[in-house]
Design a protein around this ligand. Structure first.
Ligand SMILES: Nc1ncnc2c1ncn2[C@@H]1O[C@H](COP(=O)(O)OP(=O)(O)O)[C@@H](O)[C@H]1O
Ligand SMILES: [Mg+2]
Length: 310
């Protein structure tokens, strides 16, 4: 197998008034060609920083990154050309139409006679009737689609999407996943960061989890799911949960969700609730999902101060 992206002992520190902030700590893994790879982590974990280093927009403090064998610093042009990056922030030039901006991006990568592919992109991303529209006339969701088209205009072998579905509607999510999954089937490598764990669970073959700049889990999605406490207990209550259970529960309004390793632990939890006099309704018992795995790996929420060392 060929390596598409290689992160070798990547560290990135930012100077701050309080000392150095360690945004990335010894990030060290490879993504194989053809993988659909998920990079997960809470806000501030370092996902965008890692992608900026990959894209050559930020320089690693130490370590190396290669894309399709090209070092992102020593061989920047070839590395960049191998990548299609959909950035987290909506950045665009308001003066051009959708089609013009795709032509300009093609020119930037030295791609000529690209109209057929541009048409395909416009069609596939549901932008065909917006080709002549000015960028500033588009809704946020439509701009997001254009950013995806721009990233793909030079047919890069490696596609990187940084939270592409944050705050976008269901229809765009579906168009986007359909399109990206098809490109992955055709052999493109995909690196995705997302907050939507059910998307990662559905799409990604392997997942890395970042916490405070460090990779704290990396495995096949199925293995991560299997490693979790396998059983999920969900119920409704109006009572205040005992502290020991509250600390490990996912609570949404009246609904509480707790994971358990096995049937004996389920029984123990129910006994604890009964002893504490908690009245529960609508008890359901099911399989743990990626969000349960994520929460158990991330553990108690870390303080930002831990990331800074003088
Ligand atoms: N240009 C910068 N200067 C200083 N600190 C930064 C800069 N960019 C990011 N950071 C910090 O680095 C950490 C990682 O941020 P980021 O990579 O954006 O995380 P994520 O994308 O996972 O939310 C955060 O603590 C963030 O505040
Ligand atoms: Mg980010």
């Amino acid at each position: 197998m060929t390596v598409a992206i290689s992160f070798q002992k990547v560290c990135k520190t930012y100077p701050t008034p309080r000392g150095e902030l360690h945004a990335l700590r010894d990030v060290n893994f490879d993504i194989e060609e053809g993988e659909f790879f998920g990079l997960l982590g809470p806000n501030g974990a370092g996902k965008t920083t890692l992608i900026s280093v990959l894209a050559g927009l930020a320089r690693a403090s130490t370590g190396r990154v290669r894309v399709m064998g090209h070092d992102v610093v020593d061989d920047y042009a070839m590395a960049r050309r191998s990548l299609g990056i959909v950035p987290q922030e909506l950045v665009f030039d308001p003066f051009f139409s959708v089609r013009e901006s795709l032509r300009i991006q093609s020119g930037y990568f030295g791609v000529r006679d690209n109209e057929r592919w541009i048409d395909e992109l416009l069609e596939g991303l549901g932008l065909a009737d917006k080709a002549g529209a000015n960028m500033r006339q588009l809704s946020g969701g439509m701009k997001r689609r254009v950013l995806v088209a721009q990233a793909l205009v030079h047919r890069p072998p490696v596609i990187v999407l940084d939270e592409p579905t944050a705050g976008v509607d269901v229809e765009l999510r579906q168009t986007l996943w359909h399109f990206v999954a098809e490109l992955n089937r055709q052999g493109h490598t995909v690196l995705l960061t997302t907050h939507y764990l059910e998307e990662a669970e559905a799409l990604c073959g392997r997942i890395a989890m970042l916490k405070q700049g460090r990779v704290v889990a990396l495995d096949r999605t199925s293995a991560l799911l299997a490693s979790a406490a396998g059983t999920m207990l969900r119920f409704k209550t109006d009572d205040v949960l005992p502290a020991a259970i509250a600390a490990r529960a996912r609570v949404t309004g009246r609904v509480a969700q707790v994971t358990a390793r096995d049937a004996a632990e389920v029984e123990r939890l129910l006994a604890e609730l009964r002893t504490a006099g908690i009245r529960i309704e609508d008890l359901e018992i099911g399989r743990a999902d990626l969000e349960d795995v994520f929460l158990s790996i991330m553990g108690s929420s870390p303080s930002a101060a831990e990331q800074v060392s003088a």
